[in-house]
Structures are given as C-alpha cells and as structure tokens.
Design a protein around this ligand. Structure first.
Ligand SMILES: [Zn+2]
Length: 66
C-alpha cells in the first residue's frame, strides 16, 4: 500500500504538523487529520485551498453530530 506524508496546518490553532496521507491514491483530497495540539479536525494540507476544506469541515461537523 502506497502511503505518503503531507504537511497539514490546523485552522483552529495554526499548528503545522506532518500527517500521513492515508488516502493518497484513493481519493483526490486528503481527509482532514486530527490536530495533535488542540484535537480539532479543522485541518488541511498546507497548500490546499481553504475554501475547499471549509466545505469538507462542514460535512465532518454534520457527520459528527448525527
Ligand atoms: Zn489545532
């Protein structure tokens, strides 16, 4: 199984961390990872657009509350 690493940034506390890109070949976009500092799922790969990930975060938030 091919795995890669990507640099993530937390939108909540702005921590930058290296995360495993677990779905590198399976999907176009990486799943947001849980921030190691504050536990927020509002994280995104450093160079991805924030506008796109806001939609993903919204969907995550809806899934978590259902
Ligand atoms: Zn954080």
């Amino acid at each position: 199984m091919i795995r890669g690493k990507s640099i993530f940034v937390c939108d909540n506390c702005k921590k930058v961390f290296v995360g495993m890109d677990v779905e590198l070949a399976a999907t176009v976009f990486s799943q947001p990872l849980v921030c190691p500092r504050c536990g927020s799922r509002h994280t995104k790969p450093l160079f991805e657009s924030k506008r796109l990930y806001k939609e993903i975060w919204n969907r995550l938030d809806i899934n978590l509350t259902n």
